[in-house]
Design a protein around this ligand. Sequence first.
Ligand code: SF4
Ligand code: SF4
Length: 330
Amino acid sequence: MFALCPDDVGVILTYRCHGSCAHCVYNCGPRWKKESMSPEMLRQALEATSIWPQRPQVHLTGGEPFLHFDLLLEGTRIAAELGITVYLETSASWWADEEKGVAYFRALKEAGLQAVLISCSPFHAERIPAIRTIRAACAAIDVFGAHRTIIYQSQFLDVMRQFDVERPTPLSRYEEAFGAEVAHRILWQGFGVISGGRSGYALGHLAPKRPAEAFARENCAGTLLYARHSHFDLYGNYLPGFCGGLTVGDWRELGQVLDDFQAERYPPLIEVLIERGPYGLMKLAREDHGYVPCEEGYTGKCHLCVDVRRHLVETGDFTELQPRGFYENF
Ligand code: SF4
Ligand code: SF4
C-alpha cells in the first residue's frame, strides 16, 4: 500500500464559520481571520489531485464554504471541468432565506456538484437552530435527490426535534432531559467524537479520562500514512486524517511530499507520531520542552496529542504545527 493515497480530499476554503462547535477537530469558528483560498489556489489544489493514479473524490468544505459562495461555485465548475467527483460539506448555518438557499443549490448542481453533505448534530445545534439543518436538508433532497444528500449524522434529527428547533439548544439541555449518564452516552459515543481539536477540552466532562501512559502502546502510522480522508487547506497545509493543526507537508509541493513519504523521510514530529504515537510525543515534549502532563488525564489519544502540540507550538519551532490559527482558536 502506498503512503498518502487518500480516496477523499477535502479542500478547506476557509476556517471561518458561525459554529465554533465543541467537537470541531479543526477548531473552526468566527474568530479566525477573514481569509479564504484564492480562486487560483483552488484550481491548483484541484489540479494537484491528479498526481494520484486513482484520483480521489473532492469535497469543498470549511469552516463554512457558503461564506464564500462565488468561490464554492467556481471550485465546483473547475472540479467538473477536470472530471473530479465533487461534493460539498455545510453546517447550513447560513440557511435563513429559503428562496436564496434553493437558488444556491440549483446553481451548484448546474455547475456540476454531485452531492451535498449537511452536518447535523447536537454540537452544531448549540449555535445553529436545528430548523436550518432540517430545511436545508429538505431542499437538498429536492434539488439533488435523496441518494445525493447525506445528512451527517441523521440519527440526531429525532433527538434534536425533542427540543425547540427554532432556537439553539445548549448541550446542558440533554443532561436535563435524559440525565447525565444517558446524555453523555448520546453525545460522546453516539456521535463518535474524536478527542482532537477542542473536543478534549470543551467536551471533556462527557468521557472518562485516562493518564498519558494509557496511550503508550498506540502509534499513528495508520492515520498519518494511510488515511483515506485528508484535507488541503488555504495555507498550503496537507492535513492527514482528522488531525487538525498537524501538517505532513505543503500540498503545493505534493510530488516532493509523496516522494519523501515513499522513502520514509518524515518531518520530525510526524516521525515520532508514526513510530511512537502521542505518548512518544509527550515524552519528547516532557524531556526537551518542559511539558507537564495533565493530572486529570485525557479523553483519548488525540486529546493527548493536541495538548502536547499546544505546548510545543509555544516552546519550539515546528513547521508541522500548522495552521497557527488552530492553536489560537480553542
Ligand atoms: S464542525 Fe463545522 S460548523 Fe462546527 S465549528 Fe467545525 S467547521 Fe464550523
Ligand atoms: S494522536 Fe495526533 S497524529 Fe494521531 S490520529 Fe490523533 S491527532 Fe492525529
